[in-house]
Write a protein that binds this ligand. Sequence first.
Ligand code: DOR
Length: 403
Amino acid sequence: MELLIKNARIIDSSQDFKGDVYIKNGIIYELGTYLDKNCEVLDAEGLVIMPAFIDLHTHFRDPGQTYKEDILSGSLAAAAGGYTAVNLMANTVPACSSMETVKYVLDKSKEINLIDIHQAVSITRDLKGEDVSHLESLDYKVKAISDDGRGVANSKVMLDAMVKAKEKGLMVISHAESEELTAVDTRLAENTMTWRDITLAKFTGCHLHVAHVSTKEAMKSVIEAKQEGIKVTCEVAPHHLALTSKTAYKVNPPLREEEDVEYLIKAIKEGYVDAIATDHAPHTAEDKLKGANGISGIEIAFSVCFTKLVDEGYISLNKLSELMSKNPAKLMKFNKGEVKIGYEADLVLVDINNKFTVNSADFKSKGKNTPFDGKELKGVILKTIKSGRVIYDKQNEDGRHKD
Ligand code: DOR
């Protein structure tokens, strides 16, 4: 399969030039100007081509809660958002605590054949916070472990998990929340466990990745750890950058204050934030009414970040590409995330000059839960290309059968 994309503004973490991308056998084969090939041509005049996005933090709810999302609806949503790879969290039903559940997810995603899926395994068996013996049985398909949705309350249990993670080369993704403090103060809950997990990571030498950092103090802990040379990386979520507690919407960690948002953006600008990850958390309207935490965000994550961070002048589109593609690819050890010869041809075609109004009824995701409904955003995803194949086309809405 060959494809020639012509006249695009080609942007990744380190490049910004007008030219052509020639894709062959699923990889970026040639870059240049005035390329001429005897194959299908996509004219991208006036549009931006970027590496497709990679999400380090996604909930597809499969197995067990497929009324909220499943691997097909989640993959379609991801593709519509410009993503070609996701890291799924383990808080499914049952929780993903075994290679058997990992196999179920990977087999299903292979069958669907839309995006790359990595399935994280829980840190503690069945997310119960007690036993980590299942980590022994994980094979090379698993690169990350997380109890996301909950903090690991017992420090010795977390320590044991980190020792095993270090031995097996796994990234430990921390949902930093001391739940015994949540009812007292959610900031305290986040700040204390962020500090604890960093302290344990320093002791064990494992790779700690702090998920959805939302407070100024937690980010300060991450920055200090990085300055000290501790093996810590972190992500922030689009909603924690674009919204504050003035928006009444239930998500965990909660939407924070203006001062926190400013500090997170400052940390991004100074290079302390490794990735922007969606925490795509689809729920039914009924479950939201019952108090479920979460935002269905993967379809509009780029536009939220482009509007808030790039259009408002805080960071360049190159920097956003680094946060949404290059760095997450590095963390997941994927051969993509940059527009480079030999890399997988996972690309996204974007119109950065156009706006749209969010209408969650149009989401591919089963989760329509978003505080962005009715908001105008800039940056429209037109096509998502996976290994040279169009898997989302705004004009066709679903590119699955377009081989
Ligand atoms: O808002 C959230 N929703 N935060 C989490 O940590 C979990 C997630 C979910 O699974 O719904």
